[in-house]
Design a protein. Structure first.
Lengths: 222, 365
């Protein structure tokens, strides 16, 4: 394969990966965030006490998280077709990626919020704050660095997951690596794909770390 | 001989009774857990917090003081009994009513509970944002408050850039932001070193005097109550075992818990070597051990020197301390002198004439 051709393939696949990861990461996180907040605040004697609903949602989240991703991709094909009108291609691949993101991000958000000192919630209650004010002014504000790191982790995981959607013709870097590198015995393509992925993950992680650090005021020393 | 301190104490009682109390606890009981496995945190508490006063609740950890203070702003609900704050029964308020009450009751905490993501200014602004004030109104309120607590130059600092004492000052400014009529202090100085503790207590005292703010504080530190509280309640195993003016309670403790709490801070505990040799009945040649308590006018008189000449026997000083309780001097002295009947007789006459309060601790060989 000529270098120009390899570069062309890599570029096309990278764009497909970025497309899938960006769209499913954003939509999945937007849905996952409120679910994570709910999981962290709806236990017994918490802000929005609903222990039964909390338990039920926890079960669904666990079930979704324990289903192997490649099985989920195939299992939800009817749903994907309903939503996008097709079951193959990059757009179709976004549906299972999004569905996998929601419970993953929700659990990370839940953990981030549970880390917050209960004393802050008590202080806000003592000021006369409503539960919603506590969520927005205390919990989300204080957990922001941790949530940014959770989002970074989610994006990095999605880059990995997106390699599997080649199974439904989703394309992307992983698919390129399998089809050319593995099935056509082209180790140079495989190597190029792996290098691009390493650089991509590194960039995402560094950007996420920097952003989280900017919002983290806990360890400032004058 | 009169007792100026006792008179002053009675005077304070009358003042507290004149205005209706800020907080009243009526037969308040709080149980946690199910009926089968319940734990009683508070057991029939009756107590009042006088308007404009600084009232301290002291007790060991687990005595129920945290629960008691949280009943006042409804962070906890009483299992039975009434908690009345400025005429409003807290237990009858709905959620909105409770939030309204909480805006009139400030609270400060042992671990400050400041938001790490907000500057000092924005932490003080938080209760005002919650109350729905505009940015301009908030600015007009926060700046004078930061000046009041001595942090005018730290408005842009984050809590991690402030010392413990400065964090508590931000906490106090935040608690005062909504101009409350009552300030609850939950072990506010327990995480601070002694010097910082004194400066925070001085600030609370100043706020109490300048703004006429009622303060209810809980603590396990006798020093805190002694320094600023005009009234005190001693809590033990969910019951108030003693309450009244700080000076009265501390100079004449009636309950064992009060004595134990006091003995560590007021120089009234006997050294171990002395306690172990103490006998209840004298034998020939023994010496009598007496604790003298000075307060009010007697605290300043040279009574010990006179004691030696009056009783005609040698007087040995074994332990003693002069303290200040709620702004009044208070001294204790443990002395021994020969347990001969005529000497004891002369000593007792001298004590009666000078108004010294005494307690016979025992006899030593």
């Amino acid at each position: 394969m000529s270098p120009e051709m390899l570069f062309g393939l890599l570029w096309k696949s990278l764009l497909q990966t970025l497309h899938m990861v960006a769209v499913s990461g954003l939509i999945g996180s937007l849905i996952g965030l409120p679910i994570g907040v709910f999981l962290a605040t709806s236990g017994k004697d918490e802000l929005f006490p609903a222990p039964k609903l909390n338990y039920a949602i926890g079960l669904v989240v666990n079930a979704a998280r324990s289903t192997p991703f490649i099985i989920m991709v195939v299992a939800i094909i009817p749903f994907t077709r309903l939503l996008t009108g097709t079951s193959i291609g990059t757009t179709a691949a976004i549906v299972p990626l999004t569905i996998a993101t929601v419970p993953f991000f929700a659990r990370l958000v839940e953990a981030a919020i549970r880390e917050i000192d209960k004393g802050l919630i008590e202080a806000a209650r003592a000021m006369g704050a409503t539960p919603m004010q506590i969520v927005f002014k205390v919990l989300l504000a204080e957990a922001r660095p941790a949530i940014l790191l959770a989002f970074t982790m989610t994006i990095v995981s999605l880059i990995g997951y997106s390699a599997m959607v080649g199974a439904v013709g989703g394309g992307g870097l992983g698919d390129l690596g399998i089809r050319y590198g593995y099935q056509r015995f082209m180790p140079d393509v495989m190597l190029a794909v792996v290098i691009v992925l390493i650089v991509l993950v590194q960039l995402v992680q560094s950007a996420g770390d920097a952003l989280a650090r900017r919002f983290d005021k806990r360890n400032r020393k004058s | 001989m009169t007792f100026p301190t006792v008179a002053a104490g009675a005077d304070r009682h009358e003042r507290a009774q004149a205005a209706p109390p800020m907080v009243t606890f009526e037969a308040v009981t709080k149980r946690y857990g199910s009926a089968a496995k319940s734990f009683t945190a508070l057991d029939g508490v009756d107590m009042t917090v006088g308007r404009g006063e600084i009232t301290g609740i002291i007790g060991r950890s687990g005595a129920g003081k945290s629960t008691l203070i949280r009943l006042v702003n409804g962070l906890e609900k009483a299992s039975s009994g009434k908690v009345i704050v400025d005429g409003t029964e807290v237990g009858r308020l709905n959620d909105a009513g409770l939030r309204g009450l909480r805006r009139e009751v400030g609270m400060i905490f042992q671990h400050f509970n400041l938001l790490s993501s907000r500057t000092a200014f924005d932490n003080v602004a938080l209760p005002l944002e919650i109350a729905g004030l505009s940015r301009a109104e908030i600015k007009g309120k926060v700046e004078p408050l930061l000046d009041l607590v001595g942090l005018g130059d730290k408005a842009a600092s984050y809590p991690s850039e402030l010392s413990g004492g400065q964090k508590q000052r931000v906490g106090i400014a935040r608690a005062l932001a909504t101009s409350p009529k009552l300030l609850l202090s939950d072990e506010a100085t327990s995480a601070l070193d002694p010097e910082t503790t004194q400066s925070i207590l001085a600030l609370l005292k100043q706020i109490n005097a300048e703004l006429g703010l009622t303060v209810l504080l809980i603590t396990h530190e006798m020093e805190v109550v002694k320094t600023i509280a005009s009234h005190v309640a001693v809590i033990d195993q969910g019951r108030i075992v003693e309450q009244g003016c700080t000076f009265d309670v501390f100079t004449a403790p009636k309950h064992e818990t009060t004595r134990i709490l006091l003995s560590s801070t007021l120089g009234t505990s006997l050294p171990e070597w002395l306690r172990s040799g103490l006998k209840n009945e004298p034998s020939a040649g023994d010496r009598i051990l007496v604790r003298l308590t000075f307060f009010g006018a007697t605290a300043f008189q040279p009574l010990t020197a006179r004691l030696v000449t009056e009783i005609g026997g040698d007087v040995n000083i074994l332990a003693g301390a002069i303290e200040e309780i709620a702004g009044e001097p208070f001294g204790t002295l443990v002395v021994s002198y020969p347990a001969a009947p005529e000497i004891i007789d002369r000593a007792n006459r001298f004590f009666a004439a000078t108004g010294l309060s005494t307690e016979v601790l025992g006899y030593v060989a």
